[in-house]
Design a protein around this ligand. Structure first.
Ligand SMILES: [Fe+2]
Ligand SMILES: [Fe+2]
Length: 472
C-alpha cells in the first residue's frame, strides 16, 4: 500500500513532498479554500466539536478515522486508491493499451472539462446545504450533514489536485474559479442546474443526498473506468465516501415515511399535517422534483460528446467489466423519442446512447431505494406507494426538454400541464408547510423532531443518544 503523509500541511498519499512546486501551489490554494469554507460552508457550528470521519489513508481499514474535530480544522487530504499493476485501457478505440499517467495533449481540453464539471458540484452542494444546521431534526442528523459537507470539501480537493498536478497554469486558474462560482448566483452560478437549486429544508436534503449524490456515484463510476489513471484512482477512492452520503438520503427519507405511516396508523382519521407530520403525497412531490432534476445531470439521451468520451477512453460505463462488448461500435439502443407530438421508437447507435445507458443503471439503483421506502410504509400497515416518475417527466435537458409529460410519461399540452403541475411538484403551499414544520432545530442528544423516526442505530458503534455535536 502507498506511503501516507499525515503530519504534513496537506495529508496525502501521493508523495506530495517530492514535488515542491506542486506542494507549494496547493499550499497556496489551501488558505483560499479555508476562507471559502468559513464564508460559504455551514452557517453556525464552525466552533463546535463534531464527531467526524476523516480519511487518513486509502486502504480498506485505515481510511475512516473517527474523532471530534472543529470543521475549519478538518484535515482535508489528497488520497488516491492504490494503482492497479499493469492497468490497461478497458474500452473504446484504444482498448488494451497501457493507461495514461500523463494527460495526452489531444485530450487535454476534454479531460479538463470533465474534471472541472465534476469538481464544481462538490463545493456547490456545500453552499446549497449551508443553512440546514439551523433546522436540524437531531444531533445525529446534524453530524451527518456536516460529514457530507466536509467530504464534499475533500472531493473538491481531489479534483483540484488533478488540475494542479496535470494541467499547469490553466489548471490553477480553474482551481481558483472553483472557489469563485456560487450556487444560485445570477452572475457566476455553478455549472450544472441541480446544483443551483435552493435547498432550505431537510426533506429536500434527504432527497438530494439520495438522488443527486447518486448521480455523483454513477459519474464517479464512469470516471473510475477512465484511461487517465490518476482520475480513475481519485474517483475510486471518492466512491467509498459517497456511499455514506446516499445512506444519509436513503435512511433519512425512510425515517420520515416510517414516522408518518406509524402515526397515521395510530391516529386514524386524522390528517398527517395536523399531527405535525409530512404527508406521503408531499414526500412524492419532493421525490418527483429531485429525481427529475438529477436525471438531467446525465446529459442528453443522444450525445456525440458522450460517444467521443467513450471512443477516446476518457469516460466509460458504470462497471465496464459487466459488459461483454467494450468497443460498442456495433449494436444499437432502442429509445422512445418525441416526434411531431407523438412518441416513437428509434434506434440509436450504442456509443451515442452512453448517457442513457448510464442513466439506466442509475434508475435501477434509485428503484432499489424506493422499494425499501415502500416496504417501510407497508410494514406500518398503510396503503400508499411511492413511485419514480417516468424519466420524461419535468425534464430540462435532452430529448424531453421543453415538453410536458405526466408522471406516467404521457405527453401533455400547456393547459394539461398547468392544471396538474401542483399535484406533481412541490407547490408554494407545500414549501410553506415544510418551512413551518422545520423552524426549530432539535439539539438535545437522542431527541428527534416530531416528523422523523429515530435511526435504528448510531454512527460507528455509538448510541443514537451520543453527543455527535458538542456544544460547550
Ligand atoms: Fe462528492
Ligand atoms: Fe456526495
Amino acid at each position: 500500500m502507498s506511503q501516507i503523509a499525515t503530519n504534513e500541511k496537506i495529508p496525502n498519499n501521493v508523495d506530495l513532498a517530492s514535488d515542491r512546486r506542486l506542494q507549494r501551489a496547493l499550499e497556496q490554494w489551501q488558505p483560499s479554500f479555508v476562507k471559502w469554507w468559513v464564508e460559504m460552508g455551514p452557517v453556525g457550528f464552525q466552533a463546535h466539536d463534531v464527531w467526524l470521519r476523516t480519511a487518513i489513508s486509502a486502504d480498506s481499514d485505515g481510511w475512516a478515522h473517527f474523532d471530534y474535530v472543529k470543521m475549519p480544522d478538518y484535515r482535508w487530504g489528497i488520497f488516491l486508491a492504490d494503482p492497479v499493476k499493469d492497468r490497461r485501457i478497458g474500452f473504446g478505440d484504444e482498448m488494451g493499451k497501457p493507461v495514461w499517467q500523463e494527460v495526452p495533449g489531444e485530450h487535454r481540453n476534454a479531460l479538463r472539462r470533465l474534471i472541472v464539471t465534476q469538481g464544481d458540484t462538490e463545493p456547490a452542494s456545500v453552499e446549497q446545504q449551508r443553512r440546514l444546521g439551523e433546522t436540524a431534526p437531531s444531533l445525529y442528523d446534524l453530524r451527518n450533514l456536516f460529514q457530507v459537507n466536509v467530504e464534499e470539501g475533500r472531493h473538491l480537493w481531489a479534483m483540484v489536485y488533478l488540475l494542479h498536478s496535470h494541467f499547469g497554469r490553466d489548471g490553477r486558474e480553474e482551481a481558483e474559479a472553483l472557489l469563485e462560482r456560487r450556487s444560485g448566483d445570477a452572475d457566476n452560478p455553478r455549472i450544472l442546474g441541480a446544483f443551483n437549486a435552493p435547498m432550505l429544508d431537510w426533506l429536500s436534503f434527504f432527497m438530494f443526498t439520495f438522488f443527486t449524490d447518486r448521480d455523483g456515484k454513477f459519474q464517479l463510476l464512469a470516471l473510475a473506468e477512465s484511461s487517465f489513471d490518476p482520475l480513475s484512482r481519485t474517483t475510486r477512492f471518492m466512491l467509498t465516501e459517497e456511499a455514506h452520503h446516499m445512506f444519509v438520503g436513503e435512511t433519512g427519507v425512510q425515517r420520515i415515511v416510517k414516522r408518518t405511516a406509524e402515526q397515521m396508523k395510530a391516529n386514524p382519521g386524522r390528517e398527517p399535517r395536523e399531527l405535525g407530520l409530512i404527508d406521503l403525497p408531499t414526500v412524492q412531490r419532493y421525490l418527483n422534483y429531485w429525481y427529475s432534476q438529477s436525471l438531467d445531470l446525465f446529459g442528453g439521451e443522444v450525445s456525440s460528446n458522450a460517444a467521443q468520451y467513450f471512443a477516446t477512453g476518457l469516460k466509460g460505463r458504470a462497471h465496464e467489466d459487466r459488459y461483454e462488448d467494450h468497443v460498442a461500435l456495433e449494436g444499437s439502443y432502442e429509445m422512445t423519442v418525441p416526434k411531431d407530438g407523438k412518441l416513437v421508437e428509434e434506434s440509436v447507435s450504442l456509443r451515442n446512447a452512453m448517457n442513457e445507458i448510464l442513466r439506466d443503471a442509475y434508475v435501477e439503483d434509485c428503484q432499489r431505494g424506493v422499494d425499501k421506502w415502500n416496504k417501510t410504509i407497508a410494514e406500518a400497515g398503510v396503503d400508499f406507494e411511492l413511485r419514480l416518475p417516468s424519466r420524461r417527466f419535468h425534464r430540462h435537458v435532452g430529448l424531453y426538454a421543453g415538453m410536458h409529460f405526466s408522471p406516467d410519461g404521457q405527453p401533455l399540452d400547456e393547459a394539461g400541464w398547468a392544471a396538474k403541475q401542483g399535484d406533481w411538484l412541490p407547490s408554494p403551499a407545500d414549501r410553506a408547510f415544510i418551512d413551518e414544520l422545520m423552524q426549530e432545530p432539535v439539539l438535545e442528544p437522542g431527541k428527534m423532531a416530531n416528523w422523523i423516526a429515530a435511526p435504528n442505530r448510531g454512527i460507528k458503534g455509538k448510541a443514537v443518544e451520543f453527543e455527535y455535536v458538542r456544544r460547550d
